[in-house]
Ligand binder design. Sequence first.
Ligand code: CP3
Length: 343
Amino acid sequence: MSSLFLDTLSGRQSEKRPIWLMRQAGRYLAEYRAVRASEPDFISFCLNPEKAVEVTLQPINRFGFDAAIIFSDILMVPWALDRNVRFVTGEGPKLDPMETGGEITEAMIAGMAPRLTPVATAISNCRAALAADKALIGFAGAPWTIITYLLEGGSSRDFATARRWMWENDVRFDRLLDLVSQATADFLALQAEAGADALMLFDSWASAVPSHLRKKVVIDPVNRITGILRDRGIETPLIGFPKGIGEGLIEYCNETELQGVGIDHGVDMRWAAATLPSHLTLQGNLDPLSLIAGGDAMARAIDEILDATSGRPHIFNLGHGITPETPIEHVHDLLARARGQVS
Ligand code: CP3
């Protein structure tokens, strides 16, 4: 059986839009909160294949989305590299901040795979449990976004520590970018080999990179990663999501070999549809906060995205992750509208 999601990602346009939502397995679902409560440590939760499969399937069972995204986290790579990653309730992720860059070595990267095996197990079990017409997405953080967590030691408002480190440590920064790209490619390869049908690279904090460094810090690592994957014979389609880079999307799309690109809600979808290379499938870009209000305002925003992308392959999604406050009813409304079941 074919999958609407994979057909669309391969460049085929159809009347129906495939839909999934970033962070679709998460705290807005009561059934997620129940499983989460049984595993207070977030990393142990991600490393428990049975629970990871259960919560990955929850949004598919409830809403019938066209794709599942494996329940895991971009910070599993820093965790596997011994950066003491933990999630503190109310404060978000915490890591031991790196100082010299020498904290990460090639030997540590080579040793990651056994620690990440539970993610591979979850993917193969999840693929076996999913219907044939539902795709399974694996993912990783893009090198720059991972580097911000490594250097900042957690989330940040302006990424001042990471940016300053980048300016002050030329050679060490290049080495770090290369090592993290290698680790990212390894994590994606492990997921593809376990059965992920598509891969997504989240560059959630790409907007913090000064524009003239985008090529080196945001774009070149994508090519390094796809090069490693292709050298290993992995042909799994890849979606890049360089959040907040605006006009930088042109170079990002033209100078990489991605199959899809995630568009955030700050970008005009009409501009994206008219400007970005036509071989790429667009994904996005409803403001996740519109789902809190719901109603007419959300309906108009959905229609605008459908209309703007009517001339090319498009996967409906949000411009960033769904928030915990989202009412379930509004997700049902979004699905019905984006699938053309209401007018
Ligand atoms: O449903 C899905 O989309 C799949 C699972 C997924 C999670 N994280 C689960 C998760 C995905 C794709 C991610 C990616 C991720 N993780 C990103 C990139 C995407 C983005 O939103 O920009 C980033 C930056 C992270 C790092 C991270 N993980 C943060 C900042 C947080 C929030 C911490 C907090 O306390 O609010 C997490 C935790 C996390 N990852 C949750 C989920 C469902 C919530 C934690 C919980 O259940 O307590």
